[in-house]
Structures are given as C-alpha cells and as structure tokens.
Design a protein around this ligand. Structure first.
Ligand code: SF4
Length: 528
C-alpha cells in the first residue's frame, strides 16, 4: 500500500475551494489509493451537496480525468466552474471551410456545422488545422481534465483510448444512457430517400414485438455491408444530402465493425422503421473502461450497487456510501400506508383512486397553502384520476398532459413561480440535474411506483438475459429516491437552520421488502 498525503486545501489540487467536506476528502482518498495501487473500480454513493465535481477536479491533479455527464448544461458547468476541457457533438461546432460556407450560403443561407463535414476523414480537409471541432477534439484528447456527455463517449472510439481515471457522474443512469446511445435505428422512409435497398426483414419476434437478433444476424450484416458500399463516395460534394449519407455510412460501419454480434442485440421492426439495441451495457462499458486504470462511478442514489454493477459487467469493485449532509429529521419521508396502487389492485378496487387522491389532499393540507409541491405518479391515466378528485381552489395546478414529457412542465414549474403551485406529473424521466431547492418545492408525493411495462418484449428478453428482475426493481425504486433527492437540497433559513422538506409515499408498493432492499441508506433512515 502506497502512503498518501492529501493537502489541507483542495485548491492546491486545482479545485475551486479551500476546504474539504468530509465525504469529498474520503472519496478523493479512496480513488487515489485505488489509482496508486494498480487501479480498480469505486462505486461511491455521495448524496447531493457533498461536492462531487470538486473531487473530480482534484483527482485531475495527478491523473488525466475523463468525466461523463448527462447533459450539455452539465458539460458547460464542468467547463466554466471547474476548468475542464469540454468536447461536444459535431453539430455544436461551425464548419469554417470557405468553399463549403459559400456553397451553403448560396443554397440555403445557412452556416453548416461540423456534422455536415464534406470529408469522410476530416484530415482530408485542407483547413482541418483550423476546424473548430478538430481543435476541440485534439485538446480534449490530450487535456488533463476532459468532460463530455455519455452520448459522446458511447460513440467516440478516440475518447475510449484516453488513459487515467474515468468518472461516471450520476452513475445510476449510466447503463441506460450507454444502451440508449448505442442503438442503430432508421426510418424506412430515410432508407428509401437515400435509394438504399429495403430493410430485409418485415416482421420479427412474437406478435412482431421484436426478439434477439439470433439467426437474423447474417442477413442484417449483409444488408448493412451493401448499404455501406452504396453510401461510399470519394467525390467532394458539399451538399446536405451528401453529408447525411456520410454520417449514415460512418454509423453503419461503426456497427458492422465494432458492435454487432448475435447474442446481445434486440431487433424490432414495424411499419415506420427498425431499431437494433443492446440488451446489457456490459460490452460498451468494457470498451470504455478498458484503457482507464481507475473508474469512479458516483451518484446520490445507488442503494444496492449489485444490479448496476452486473448491468455494466463489473465483477470486482469497492462500494462506499456517505452520509447525507442534511440530517434525516429535515427531510422526513412519510409512509401514508396506502394500498398498492398497481393495475390489478386498482382494477378490482377503482374506489382506491378517490381514496388516494383525498388522502394526498389531507396530507398536503397540513402545510401552509403558499408552499409549493410536487405529486408524481406513473401514467397519464393516473394523473387524470388524481386530478378528478382534487378540489378546485385558488391554487394553481401545473399538470402534465397526454403526450407531454415531465421536463416540459418542470420548466414551467421552476421558471413561472407562484406561491402554492402544485405540479402533477410522471415519475418517469423526472430530470437529472433538476434542483428544486429552497421554496421551489417544500413537499413531494410519490403516488405510484412506476413498474416496467410487463408486455414490453425488449424488457422481457433483457430480464431473461440479465438473470431475473433485480435490475428492473433497482431502476424502479431508484427513481423514487432520485425524486425525493430533488427537493432536499440542504437549503438553510435566515437563521442558518436547515429548512425541512417533506416526502410522502402514497403507494403501498413503495415500502415492500423488494423496495427496501434497493433504497439508499440516507433515504431509509428518513422514513418515519
Ligand atoms: S474538417 Fe469538415 S467541418 Fe471542419 S472545416 Fe473542414 S469541411 Fe468544415
């Protein structure tokens, strides 16, 4: 074991502050020890407010850091506040090749982005050394601290080759992000538009709901190879169509050469198009992990790390969990002792909708009417049922409508702020990075646990491949802890005391043993 000396001030290591928070220092110490002793994987459950970005920055003093985050605003935050070198997708950078700019100006009065590049290999461009994306990528490859989205990392072979420490921020979502962005999908009309042969399979799997690629693998690979040849061109063509064809070819070649194999891929075809998607995230994670000696996977909500580790193909790891900086009494979680609000139970007892909606109202009424809050359930239908029994009063309800995403209404909820507002939406997709600090939301109700759709063929096959439903449970219950964490941000009042934020569990499924086995300790200790 190598002795480790940690400076008194994290500023000496490049972080923008002078004192360590205890958990911050401990995560730094554990990751550095791994790094100094040959590397490994640390999964760290670090609740909101311990200063995770500061740890990542400090680690960059000794080892190159490659950090993956969910969104471009988070990339920008690492860049501006912590001095990271950022690399974004090609569409974020303008092309600056005069000949091409003039062509686009004449044709469309637009400036092309680097995604519209005229060269299959950018290095063939006569002005590549001044290309904004090429410069950013070269910096990102060699910088001490580099940040990008999971999407960028999933698709970039070059970034996988960076060495040093890999950081997955908000790691609870990492496997899903890598799977989502490592998907091959096209619409039939796009294929036809580019005069490529029709997708060779019209129906696939039981009731045409999709299945493992299996025997179709050879047919698909042959079709992809044919498409790749037809898309190949050595002509210099600045048009939009040529740019799209180049992107398609690069994408298809990526799957032929790097990704597809018979076992792990799920094919779905319908009248609109097709998609081929990985079942597990282990292969892509393995490629990303391969050149990094140390991996730090951090999230406020890990709970039981085993399902995530299995999904990412990790056998050997260390798990550390850290105290929530806000004492449990300031973020209590009440079990309202409601029945399970599952489809079967509600079908047999439709009265439970009314009982639940009125029970939630009663719980809310204990708070001052100007306090704002959030009710989360699991479907548009359940939102409708909750609202059916809510009284009409002077309070404003911001309700997620059919076809809307929850993020659409959270934006309104946090920007158009009125006292007493109540937001009602789905727990699915309740955004990463959403910070309902202070008075933005003083209470939150979980009105339904969001089960994975039992008829979804992809999920059925994935469950089988994974070896059971543990990962599904983990995702389902992790979403509850995530949602609770959105309102407990450690805000203090004018006397320096923590303000209290209240959570209620209004679905009996939220407290079953399977749920408790997945929850984070900081959440369980707050249940009263
Ligand atoms: S490499 Fe491509 S995107 Fe960059 S300046 Fe040249 S033509 Fe434009």
């Amino acid at each position: 074991m190598t002795d480790l000396i940690i400076p008194d001030s994290p500023r000496e290591l490049g972080a923008p502050h002078d004192t360590w928070r205890p958990a911050q220092k401990e995560i730094y110490r554990q990751t550095r020890e791994l790094s100094l002793n040959g590397g490994g994987i640390l999964i760290a459950e670090a609740p909101t407010g311990i200063g995770k970005s500061g740890v990542v920055t400090a680690l960059g003093h000794h080892d190159p850091i490659t950090a993956c985050v969910h969104t471009l605003p988070l990339v920008t935050q690492y860049e501006r506040e912590y001095g990271f070198n950022a690399i974004r997708g090609r569409q974020e950078y303008p092309c600056n090749y005069d000949e091409k700019l003039e062509f686009w100006q004449d044709e469309w009065k637009e400036v092309p982005t680097v995604a519209d590049c005229s060269f299959s290999s950018m290095l063939d461009c006569p002005v590549v050394q001044t290309c904004s994306y090429h410069i950013a990528k070269m910096h990102a490859l060699t910088a001490r601290r580099t940040v990008m989205t999971y999407r960028y990392m999933a698709l970039s072979t070059a970034m996988r080759k960076r060495t040093g420490i890999l950081v997955f921020d908000e790691a609870h979502d990492s496997a899903e992000e890598l799977i989502r962005f490592n998907k091959l999908e096209y619409l039939h009309k796009t294929i036809a538009h580019h005069e490529l042969p029709e997708f060779p399979i019209k129906e696939f799997g039981p009731d045409n709901k999709g299945a493992l690629l299996g025997d179709a693998y050879t047919t698909i690979i042959k079709w992809l190879e044919t498409c790749s040849k037809l898309l190949d061109t050595s002509e210099l063509d600045h048009s939009r169509r040529a740019a799209t064809r180049r992107r398609m070819k690069a994408n298809i070649d990526h799957y032929i050469g790097d990704v597809l194999n018979e076992d792990d891929w799920f094919l779905q075809v319908d009248n609109n198009g097709f998609s081929i998607m990985a079942l597990l995230a282990d292969r892509i994670a393995n490629k990303i992990f391969f050149h990094k000696h140390t991996k730090l996977l951090m999230s406020a909500t890990i709970g039981n790390p085993a399902p995530l580790a299995h999904m990412l193909g990790i056998d050997d790891y260390k798990f550390s969990t850290f105290e929530h900086p806000v004492p449990a009494q300031y973020r209590p979680v009440f079990d309202l002792k409601f029945p399970r609000m599952s489809k079967r139970v509600l079908h047999e007892n439709p009265k439970f909708y009314e009982i639940q909606s009125k029970g939630i109202q009663k719980w809310i009424q204990q708070f001052p009417p100007n306090w704002r809050g959030v009710i989360l359930t699991s479907s548009y239908y359940k939102i409708k049922k909750i609202m059916e029994f809510m009284p009409e009063n002077e309070r404003r309800f911001i309700v997620q409508g059919q076809g809307q995403r929850v993020n659409d209404i959270t934006t309104k909820f946090i920007t158009d702020v009125r006292p007493g507002d109540i937001m009602v939406g789905t727990i699915q997709g309740m955004g990463s990075g959403l910070n309902l600090k202070g008075d933005l939301a003083r209470w939150l109700v979980i009105a339904s646990v969001a089960n994975i759709n039992p008829t979804d063929e992809y999920m059925k096959v994935r469950r089988h491949k994974f070896g059971g439903r543990t990962y599904e449970d983990w995702i389902t219950y992790n979403a509850i802890v995530q949602a609770a964490g959105r309102i407990s941000r450690g805000t203090r009042d004018e006397n320096g005391e923590y303000i209290t934020n209240y959570v209620a569990l209004a679905d009996g499924k939220a407290t079953v043993n399977r749920a408790m086995a997945m929850y984070s300790d900081w959440f369980k200790e707050a249940i009263v």
